[in-house]
Design a protein. Structure first.
Length: 128
């Protein structure tokens, strides 16, 4: 398939695909007439990248998952390097959640100090 079709099927733009290509995340294959050509495996790579980015992963953090898929694994998170990225991201998220809980607790204390009743968390308990 050509770049426009791949972009449409992946829900992105041709500009983004060219950027991924320049970063080495998407293969740069050309047909005899110089057009970029892609296949279903490339679509799978793009979907992996987009899913991870939707989860908050930086573009460079997707590289081990792409490489895992390119190595022939059916899933991009089947390789040690991908699992290491997952572990780092989980640590980052846990730290962020801790920071947010501390801010939340501070705001609750300050609000209580004004005589205001702190709002109940919609999630129940103390929230986060």
């Amino acid at each position: 398939m050509r770049i426009g079709e791949l972009a449409a099927r992946a829900g992105t733009t041709t500009r983004t695909l060219r950027y991924y290509e320049s970063r080495g995340l998407l293969p740069a294959r050309r047909s005899g007439n110089g057009h970029r050509t892609y296949d279903e495996d490339d679509l799978k790579l793009l979907r992996q990248i987009r899913t991870l980015q939707d989860f908050g992963f930086e573009l460079e953090e997707t590289r081990p998952f792409v490489e895992c898929l390119r190595a022939g694994h059916p899933e991009g998170d089947a390789c040690p390097a991908s699992l290491a990225v997952y572990r780092r991201k989980l640590e980052e998220l846990d730290a962020l959640i801790g920071e947010l809980q501390a801010v939340r607790a501070t705001i609750r204390v300050r609000l209580a100090g004004t005589g205001e009743e702190p709002p109940l968390c919609e999630l129940g308990g103390d929230g986060l």
